[in-house]
Structure formats: structure tokens, C-alpha cells
Design a protein around this ligand. Structure first.
Ligand code: ZN
Length: 126
């Protein structure tokens, strides 16, 4: 029971579905959904509806808190590196991981560990 998460949707309890109706027989109420995991919003929401409700309620505050874009970003050679890989099906030939620059099309090899490391980048600009 304690491993269950609550959907973070602020209006989750207002949607009338049978699985939200909980409690003792004479005193059932519609309640926020509880699950061991959710599919939406990094496992915080039971549905896209609940995720959208959260954004409608808190989105502006969240963007202002983490920093609102005030100028367009520009894709340049310095920030155009993205990770990719070629999928290999044979067991003795692992997938080939690499960086590719979206502007110059240059490719540079990556180890799988570098590929998995979300902090590892060749980008030097925003
Ligand atoms: Zn929900």
C-alpha cells in the first residue's frame, strides 16, 4: 500500500470512473487514483487529461520558476551534437553509438556508457 503513488492531477478525483470510487459501502467517494506506476508525465499522472490539468493549473508558474525563454535559441555547429546509434541485431556485434552534428553531419564514435550518460555532451553552446 505504501508503495502506491498518487496521481498528481489536481482534478483526478473529479472524473467519475468506477475505479476512483472508493471507501466503505455507505460512504464511497471519488478519489485521486493510486497506482504502483503511471504511464504519463514521468510516472506522475494516470492520464493525459490529468497531466494537462496539472499544466493548465501550474504550467506558467513552473516555466517562470525554471526560466522562461525570452530569445529564440539558434542551432549552430557548437550546439548541434545529438546522440544516435545504429541498431545491430546479431549478438556478437553491438549497436554502434555515435554523436552526429545536425549542421555539419560529422559523426564521432561514442561508447555505450557515454551514450547512456545524459551529462556527456560535445555541445559547448546553448
Ligand atoms: Zn489522475
Amino acid at each position: 500500500m505504501s508503495n502506491l503513488k498518487l496521481c498528481q492531477g489536481p482534478s483526478c478525483h473529479t472524473y467519475h470512473t468506477q475505479d476512483r470510487l472508493k471507501g466503505p459501502k455507505e460512504n464511497k467517494t471519488y478519489q485521486t487514483r493510486r497506482r504502483s506506476s503511471f504511464y504519463y508525465g514521468q510516472s506522475n499522472f494516470c492520464s493525459l487529461n490529468c497531466q494537462n490539468d496539472w499544466f493548465y493549473e501550474y504550467g506558467n508558474k513552473a516555466i517562470d520558476h525554471f526560466g522562461r525563454l525570452t530569445e529564440p535559441k539558434h542551432l549552430t555547429e557548437e550546439n548541434a551534437w545529438v546522440k544516435d546509434y545504429d541498431w545491430r541485431s546479431s549478438a556478437d556485434d553491438s549497436h554502434r553509438h555515435y554523436f552526429v552534428n545536425k549542421i555539419t553531419k560529422e559523426q564521432r564514435p561514442l561508447t555505450e556508457a557515454q551514450y547512456d550518460d545524459s551529462n556527456y555532451t560535445l555541445n559547448t553552446g546553448e
